[in-house]
Design a protein around this ligand. Structure first.
Ligand SMILES: Cc1cc2nc3c(=O)[nH]c(=O)nc-3n(C[C@H](O)[C@H](O)[C@H](O)COP(=O)(O)O)c2cc1C
Length: 222
């Protein structure tokens, strides 16, 4: 047995208070992403994406975040993959970033929609040719007889697609529209800082002006 139970590390780098963060969680996420990029982390845009299937079984895998803005967080994959099948029956997901070197994690939850076809087309076009062919050749998440089967499929796809493949109908993007985001900063003695943003829907006017959609920020116990 490898003894891992005694491994322990204190988190000392930074702190996080409500007065430090932007009222808009997307702006705050952008700040942390920029710091992750500036710190030259190996895969700053890699995130764990958790989905749940029709039986309630969760599954998780790493994907690359490709875009984020007020509309949400986008990633690209095979729509027929395991995650694609999960999202077809249960269009909700959780995203998780762990920026180890910065002692930070960000948790994001929300509902997921396919990107409009034009947006998936636009991203597919800028991928390297090998990746565009790979998207056609690989029936993602299905069982293969062996590696040679896949390589043969790639060679066939190269011949058939003739150099300039269009996006496969079974491949494209999703956008997660967040309902909650949590920013976590490691602190000494496991007394970490956790700030959660919850989306507040626009409220009906009672006496006066309607209340616009916004975000509530709260501190969670570590
Ligand atoms: C760093 C990293 C980045 C990845 N990026 C993607 C991605 O953007 N899209 C994708 O479909 N798979 C990506 N993968 C592979 C997925 O983790 C996963 O194996 C694949 O999507 C099949 O998942 P599924 O069977 O749960 O659908 C990446 C894996 C790693 C380790």
């Amino acid at each position: 047995m490898i003894d891992i139970a005694h491994l322990r590390k204190d988190y000392l780098q930074a702190s996080l208070d409500i007065t430090d963060v932007d009222p808009d969680p997307i702006v705050q996420f952008g700040r942390w992403m920029q710091q992750a990029l500036d710190s030259q982390l190996p895969e700053p845009t890699a995130m764990t994406v958790a989905t749940v299937d029709a039986t309630g079984q969760p599954s998780a895998r790493i994907l690359l975040l490709k875009e984020f803005d007020a509309r949400g967080f986008s990633f690209f994959t095979n729509y027929a993959s395991r995650k694609g099948q999960d999202l077809a029956v249960n269009p909700r997901a959780a995203l998780l970033f762990h920026w180890v070197e910065l002692e930070r994690q960000v948790r994001i939850e929300g509902s997921v929609e396919k990107l409009p076809e034009a947006e998936s087309d636009a991203y597919y076009r800028v991928r390297p040719l090998g990746s565009r062919i790979g998207a056609w050749a690989s029936p993602q998440s299905t069982v293969l007889p062996d590696r040679a089967w896949l390589e043969l499929r790639v060679r066939e796809a190269e011949r058939e697609l003739d150099g300039d493949p269009q996006r496969p109908p079974f491949w494209g993007g999703y956008r997660l529209r967040p309902s909650a985001l949590e920013f976590w900063q490691g602190r000494p003695s496991r007394l970490h800082d956790r700030l959660r943003y919850l989306r507040q829907p626009a409220a009906q006017p009672i006496d006066g002006a309607p209340v616009a959609e916004g975000w509530r920020i709260e501190r969670l116990a570590p």
